[in-house]
Ligand binder design. Structure first.
Ligand code: CP
Ligand code: NVA
Length: 315
């Protein structure tokens, strides 16, 4: 294995629970490192040699699980997965005890939970970094990969307009948090009653004053799509909301991203989705598989961005 010459300045935070807690300089540092790692994968294989990652998931995953696991291997470390889908964290022993045990064996934890508070509790009780692999509240690694992809496509994301159409969920919250840090205008368009958390929106509007970003919440998909630089959507029913699928399919029907909606955006507008996607529901097959779709670029970048996060957080 080659020894790395990669510069790895610490992030200002111990954990990555929410991008709202990251200063813009930390986000830029993650992007710079991700760019270097992506460009020269073979050169940096010893960055996390002998470091171990615990991965604890209460929900299904393809992308997050694979990319963190492969990411650790790429950097010379290892990852151990613990399936917690049958028993929520804290049910067998306290979250605090889990954190106190894990820090004796591993150098970081990635957790995917229902309750965001469980992540905060894990982080509070351990000195090692805790990374949010998705909670009901936010999906920060996703938003970092989304915006990293946009920087690759556009150069600068400042002053561009990203429209999110659909449920005001974890993915949406993370996009709002991250957009305002980077000066990207964010429009969120949801059916009434499914808007993003008002505290997230209000805090984002305050944060946006520093970067000049605009935060717009609306219910009209046509107005939301008009002149946008990118259109993003996510599933209408998130993990844990399976009982609501039928009801939601009705409520969200007018919010499907189709070719007509894409035609309202800029001619070179990008289509984005965190995946998994349901063709024929939140997005049509034509858009999902069409030339404007960057969904697999985003999925690839989960690997590079999370490697950067691991390299910058683990000591
Ligand atoms: N986008 C995303 O987080 O995918 P997984 O649920 O497959 O990890
Ligand atoms: N909002 C979705 C995102 C999946 C990556 C969910 O929580 O299921």
């Amino acid at each position: 294995m080659k020894t790395s010459s990669l510069e790895l300045p610490r992030l200002s935070q111990k954990d990555l629970l929410c991008t709202s807690a990251l200063p813009t300089t930390d986000i830029e540092r993650i992007f710079t490192t991700a760019r270097t790692l992506k460009a020269g994968r073979e050169v940096h294989t010893a960055v996390l040699q002998h470091k171990r990652l615990a991965m604890i998931f209460e929900k299904d995953s393809l992308r997050t699980r694979f990319t963190f696991d492969i990411g650790m291997q790429d950097l010379g470390g290892s990852a151990t997965f613990m399936d917690h889908r049958d028993a929520k964290l804290g049910s067998r022993e306290s979250v605090k005890d889990m954190a106190k045990n894990l820090e004796r064996w591993v150098h970081a934890i990635v957790a995917r939970t229902f309750k965001h508070k469980v992540l905060e509790e894990l982080a509070m009780h351990t000195k090692i970094p805790v990374i949010n692999g998705l909670s009901d509240f936010v999906h920060p690694c996703q938003a970092l990969s989304d915006f990293f992809t946009l920087t690759e496509k556009w150069g600068s994301v400042k002053g561009r307009t990203l429209t999110y159409v659909g449920d005001g969920n974890n993915t949406c919250h993370a996009l709002i948090h991250t957009a305002v840090k980077l000066g990207t205008n964010i429009r969120v368009c949801s059916p009434e009653g499914y808007e993003p958390n008002s505290r997230v929106v209000n805090e984002a509007m305050r944060a946006a004053q520093e970067t000049g970003a605009e935060v717009t919440i609306l219910n009209d998909p046509d107005a939301a799509a008009d002149g946008a630089d990118a259109i993003y959507t996510d599933v209408w029913a998130s993990m844990g909301q399976e009982d609501e699928i039928e009801e939601r399919n009705g409520v969200f029907a007018a919010y499907q991203v189709d070719e007509d909606m894409m035609a309202r955006a800029k001619p070179d507008a990008l289509f984005m989705h965190c995946l998994p996607a349901h063709r024929g529901w939140e997005v049509t097959q034509e858009v999902m598989d069409g030339p404007q779709s960057v969904v697999y670029d985003i999925a690839e970048n989960r690997l590079h961005v999370q490697k950067a996060v691991l390299a910058l957080l683990i000591r």
